[in-house]
Design a binder for this molecule. Structure first.
Ligand SMILES: Nc1nc2c(ncn2[C@@H]2O[C@H](COP(=O)(O)OP(=O)(O)OP(=O)(O)O)[C@@H](O)[C@H]2O)c(=O)[nH]1
Length: 855
């Protein structure tokens, strides 16, 4: 320093300046050597003029390899021509920073940030460039971009919470989080994640998560969370703690998955596998080719085969041999066509035992409809079958004898009938009732009765063929179905065998008991009806056998039955006739033969049949004999006659009316009260003027009862006549005791009295009897003048018959009464009655009388 002060000569100054220059140059050289940025200078054409060592190193070239090279040698973004353009703008702006990529000698590119500045040296324009390798920065920038992209596009919801703040608020949530939870990032950020929970916050998994977060350790869990709209979803998440460089916990990153669907299907699969493992049903699964691919423990328990023994095998080893090949081919056809087969099958266990299985086969298909597998579920129904058989046995058999009961009989009978129809065979049904069985019970006790029933059952079974059926209906009633009958003789022989077997003695101690039987038989197809009717017919025939005196058989008569059927139909039709006013009463006058005075009229029913015209009582009354219809019609007859009598009374015709009373009606409870009501409803001064005619046979039925019934009616003012007298065999004593006022001589005697001596005698006797018992006699069926005359001679002056008047409709009666005149012969004879005739019509001197002259 002192030298410069001391020595300030021009040489010294020049030397000093040179030194300073050299020093500066040296410094520049050093700078270029040690500079870390890649310093380099380009001339106006872009050729490299000088550079720092670091520039050479960054490009991997020797200095000599680079000097003078055009910029495009390392920077492809400056091809020749482009540099000059850019340089121009550089000169203008003078200073520029830009990023580019240099190609290294080894071909690798490096990212650089270039700072360029133009300058002049001795009039030459140069460009100073300083380039810095920014590859590392670039890489981390792109990594950050990549990470952001990954977060935004992740299908998993991601949430980041600040671990340094109380309550760990969220600082970031990705779009998947927004999608899965329904909460936007604005709604979520700043809050603890618990907004995804509801009242079930005590889930054990959540507790574990809280503990882990407090301890700052990673955690995984699956919990129930709730979408913003309230929907529950299963959230399977994992939370990882994030630490800074110093190891301080700063954040938690949670990856969240909605696994609802999977969880449900997992749960379902878990459930199904539990069912599979613990089911009582034996299950095996086959592939589409029928090889077993899985079995459950119940399969092993049932069949005795372990899973390992059967895997890969065809289940044919379970076959019992009880089904024919068709059975299995049908089974598989059904499974493949309908996807399902269910039924019972006999299988064989490993120990050889055959057992009944209730089997269901189901095809499981893929989405493309190809078969995935076949599932076979089966239950060993051995016990069930045994119980079923036992129940069937109880339900279908009689407990005492073990024979089929009514239900099984119906089955067998229906089958036998179907067989007979199909094969055109004869079959017979036999209804058997023991005779006098009740006394066995009464004498020896019910137990002994039971023994008899059991013995009878055994004997009958032993007597018949295996194809026949012996059934017990109850009590001492049995039914036998003879499934094939070749001839009547054979059938009769069988019936006799049955009767003989039943009639074998039963021994109780030292007592021997014999029971006979009554059999009712019907044969198909002679009796071509259904099973139920066949049984009814056999039952009816059995009653006929009982009626014939028991210990015999009776064949059901189809013709009889048909008539009975017609009777039933007829009954219904007659009831309809009553309802639709098709019935009418005709009246036949009863007169005094001598004076012609009308003493009364007998009401006689007629049916004005719409198709058949007027029907007489004998044409339809027999059909309803002894039925309720008969009683109803009788009530109608009585009331109509009462009414008619009142009408005639109004016309001044004061004669009585009589009606024919059916026996059943007389004995109907309340009959006398009915008569009482009629008398009250249609009162009269003439007593008695209403007469009930009862057949002699009816009157004799049960004299004390009939007498009682008649007396009860007489209290109400009606009288009784015995109709058709002489046809029964009334004892004189009965005739005396019966409270009847009139005896009507049956027309059959009257009609033949002049030709048949016996009839004449009967007429005479009846007239005399009536006189003796102080009853009036009236002759029915007088057809000729001679008959009337003979009756007068015999002392009978009252008569009715076609010879006097035919029955006529009510409106004609009044006119008839006005005009009727008896034959003169009758008038004359009754005025001068001859001495009583003897029982000899041939003794009558007819010549005294002029017959038919004035009538
Ligand atoms: N021991 C015994 N008796 C029974 C059983 N079921 C019904 N009875 C009796 O069997 C009898 C059958 O009655 P009926 O057929 O009218 O008696 P019956 O003496 O054979 O008379 P007829 O058939 O007219 O000859 C009745 O007394 C029943 O009480 C039973 O299971 N065991």
């Amino acid at each position: 320093m002192s030298k410069s002060v001391v020595d300030a000569s021009p040489e010294a100054v020049t030397a000093q300046e040179d030194w300073a220059l050299a020093r500066e140059k040296r410094m520049h050289e050093i700078i270029l050597k040690i500079a870390s940025d890649g310093l380099h200078v380009l001339d106006a054409r872009g050729n490299l003029v000088t550079m720092s060592d670091s520039f050479c190193v960054s490009l991997g070239y020797e200095r000599s390899e680079l000097l003078g090279k055009h910029i495009s040698f390392w920077d492809p973004s400056f091809p020749p021509g482009v540099f000059e353009e850019r340089m121009g703008s550089l000169r203008e702006t003078n200073d520029q920073t830009f990023e580019s990529q240099y190609r290294r000698k080894n071909g690798q590119f490096i990212d650089v940030e270039v700072h360029a500045r133009g300058f002049q040296v001795e009039g030459e324009g140069l460009l100073f460039c300083s380039s810095r390798d920014i590859s590392v920065r670039k890489q981390s920038e792109s990594l950050i971009r990549l990470q952001a992209g990954a977060l935004n596009n992740s299908v998993n919801a991601i949430a980041i919470a600040d671990a340094t703040l109380p309550d760990f608020p969220l600082v970031y949530v990705n779009p998947a989080f927004e999608r899965i939870t329904g909460y936007s990032s604005v709604e979520a950020i700043g809050h603890n994640c618990r907004f995804l929970q509801r009242e079930d916050r005590a889930q054990p998994e959540l507790m574990a998560v809280r503990m882990a977060l407090m301890s700052g350790v990673p955690v995984k869990a699956t919990v129930r969370n709730y979408h913003k709209d309230g929907r529950m979803f299963w959230n399977r998440f994992q939370i990882a703690p994030v630490h800074d460089k110093e190891g301080v916990l700063t954040h938690f990153v949670a990856i969240i998955n909605d696994v609802t669907e999977r969880k449900l299907s997992d749960d379902y699969i878990r459930l199904v596998s539990q069912v599979f493992l613990h089911a009582d049903e034996s299950i095996f699964i086959t592939d589409p080719e029928g090889h077993i691919i899985e079995t459950n423990p119940a399969f092993t328990r049932t069949t005795g085969y372990s899973r390992e023994e059967v895997l890969g095998r065809n289940p044919g080893f379970l076959q019992s041999g009880r089904h024919d090949p068709d059975f299995f081919s049908n089974l598989w056809t059904t499974v493949l066509e309908q996807g399902h087969w269910s039924g019972e099958i006999w299988n064989r266990r490993k120990n050889g035992e055959i057992y009944p299985d209730k089997l269901t086969l189901s095809v499981v298909r893929n989405e493309d409809d190809t078969i995935l597998s076949i599932v076979c579920v089966s239950s060993d129904i051995t016990v069930l079958k045994e119980q079923q058989n036992e129940l069937e046995m109880i339900a279908l058999h009689d407990v005492l004898t073990g024979l089929p009961n009514r239900a099984l009989l119906n089955d067998r009978l229906t089958m036998a009938l179907a067989d007979a129809r199909r094969f055109d065979k004869k079959m017979a049904l036999c209804f058997i009732d023991l005779d006098g069985f009740k006394p066995i019970n009464d004498r020896f006790g019910h137990d002994k009765g039971d023994q008899v029933l059991m013995a009878v059952a055994q004997r009958m079974t032993a007597t018949l063929r295996a194809t026949d059926t012996v059934a017990r209906l109850g009590g001492d009633e049995f039914v036998v179905v003879l499934s094939e009958v070749s001839s009547e003789q054979e059938l009769i022989a069988t019936l006799q065998r049955i009767m003989t077997a039943i009639a074998l003695p039963h021994t109780f101690g030292d007592q021997e008991v014999v029971v006979s039987s009554s059999l009712g038989v019907t044969v198909y197809p002679d009796d071509e009806v259904d099973a139920e009717t066949l049984l009814r017919h056999a039952d009816q025939a059995m009653y006929r056998a009982k009626g014939k005196g028991r210990n015999c058989f009776h064949f059901f008569d189809v013709v009889d039955e048909r008539n009975a059927h017609l009777r039933t139909e007829g009954r219904t039709r007659i009831e309809q006739a009553l309802e639709s006013n098709e019935l009418e009463l005709y009246y036949q006058p009863k007169v005094h033969l001598g004076t012609g005075q009308v003493l009364g009229v007998e009401a006689l029913i007629r049916w004005n049949h719409p198709q058949q015209g007027v029907l007489l009582p004998r044409e339809f009354l027999p059909i309803i004999e002894n039925t309720d219809v008969e009683t109803r019609i009788s009530e109608w007859v009585i009331e109509t006659a009462f009414k008619q009598r009142e009408d005639w009374k109004a016309l001044g015709l004061d004669f009585g009316v009589s009606v024919n009373l059916p026996a059943r009606h007389l004995h109907t409870p309340g009959f006398s009260e009915f008569i009482g009501r009629m008398m009250q409803r249609y009162p009269t001064d003439l007593v008695p003027d209403f007469e009930l005619e009862v057949l002699e046979s009816v009157a004799l039925w049960d004299i004390p009862q009939v007498t009682q019934a008649m007396e009860a009616c007489r209290q109400h003012g009606v009288s009784f006549a015995i109709d058709d007298f002489g046809t029964g065999y009334a004892s004189l004593d009965y005739l005396r005791r019966l409270p009847v006022s009139v005896i009507k001589i049956d027309q059959s005697f009257v009609q033949d009295m002049l030709t048949d001596r016996e009839d004449f005698a009967i007429v005479e006797v009846v007239i005399n009897l009536a006189e003796v018992f102080r009853k009036e006699a009236i002759a029915e069926g007088v057809e000729t003048e001679e008959q009337g005359l003979a009756l007068i001679f015999l002392g009978c002056t009252q008569a009715q018959g076609f010879g006097i008047a035919r029955p006529m409709p009510a409106p004609q009666v009044a006119d008839w009464c006005r005009q009727y005149q008896p034959p003169l012969s009758w008038q004359k004879a009754s005025k001068n009655p001859p001495a009583r005739l003897s029982s000899r019509p041939d003794k009558i001197d007819w010549s005294q009388y002029t017959l038919g002259s004035e009538n």
